[in-house]
Design a protein around this ligand. Structure first.
Ligand code: DC
Length: 234
């Protein structure tokens, strides 16, 4: 059997359902859910808010090392999966803005930014009992994880799911634009030089086009119980 700390990594492309699924799995197992995309989004938002040019790699890196980012349980019942604070300020919804979406891939390709955030992510993973979602968690951040999942879905299904999410928040998304955005981010995320998105060698790949959220969550929970012999949760 595996030694502690029990860690589940969920990697995969944009809008594959990593947050929704990760949160569901964490709830059932009594684990913490940690969405690492929020860290990259927070650095991007901080740069935009403070007038740091996104192309200025050195200044963006400096921001990644100095701002304090906290992910805490949801402080409002407005559909958010958790609350994100930058230096104590609630930025949960700003992290999902078009401006952040447009620039986050550039920021997350900077090696210095990744290095600064990796240290933070490893500290959290080492505490164990965590579901950590991202692009490079099973490959780079915590390759010793006991269970690695790679969540995939076609770009069309991911774009449709993203549109539904936005509509639920009262927005009026254009499907073609959302689809183009998903494809654009896939390309940057999987072709960047540092820690590109790829399937960890020992990952369980789950293709979710034809699956409900509950089915995906149940599959991962079953796998986790086998690997970690955990009896927590329902
Ligand atoms: O999962 P998301 O859409 O919130 O991720 C936002 C961006 O952050 C995405 O362009 C990829 C990047 N990211 C990353 O490079 N590494 C991670 N571990 C998580 C996210």
């Amino acid at each position: 059997m595996l030694s502690s700390p029990p860690v589940i990594t969920i990697d995969g492309p944009a809008a594959a359902g990593k947050s929704t699924v990760g949160k569901g799995v964490a709830q059932k197992l009594g684990f913490l859910f940690f969405d690492t995309g929020a860290l990259y989004r927070a650095v991007t938002l901080a740069a935009l808010q403070r007038g740091v040019p996104i192309e200025d790699e050195a200044r963006v890196e400096a921001l990644a090392r100095t701002i304090r980012i906290d992910l805490i349980p949801a402080t409002q019942a407005d559909g958010r999966p958790y609350t994100v604070l930058i230096d104590g300020q609630d930025v949960t919804w700003e992290l999902r803005s078009d401006a952040v979406n447009a620039h986050v891939s550039t920021v997350s390709a900077y090696p210095g930014v990744r290095q600064a955030l990796k240290a933070q992510q490893r500290r959290i993973a080492q505490q164990g009992r965590v579901v950590m979602a991202g692009r490079d968690i099973g490959t780079v951040v915590f390759p010793e994880a006991g269970l690695k999942i790679y969540l995939d879905a076609s770009p069309e299904v991911r774009a449709r799911r993203r549109c539904l999410e936005m509509e639920a928040r009262g927005e009026h998304p254009d499907y073609q634009a959302v689809l183009a955005g998903v494809r654009h981010r896939d390309k940057i995320d999987s072709t960047r030089a540092t820690a590109p998105l790829r399937i960890p060698d020992d990952a369980v790949v789950i293709h979710t086009d034809e699956m409900t959220i509950e089915q995906v969550v149940d599959r991962i929970v079953r796998l986790a119980r086998e690997r970690f012999r955990t009896t927590d949760g329902s």
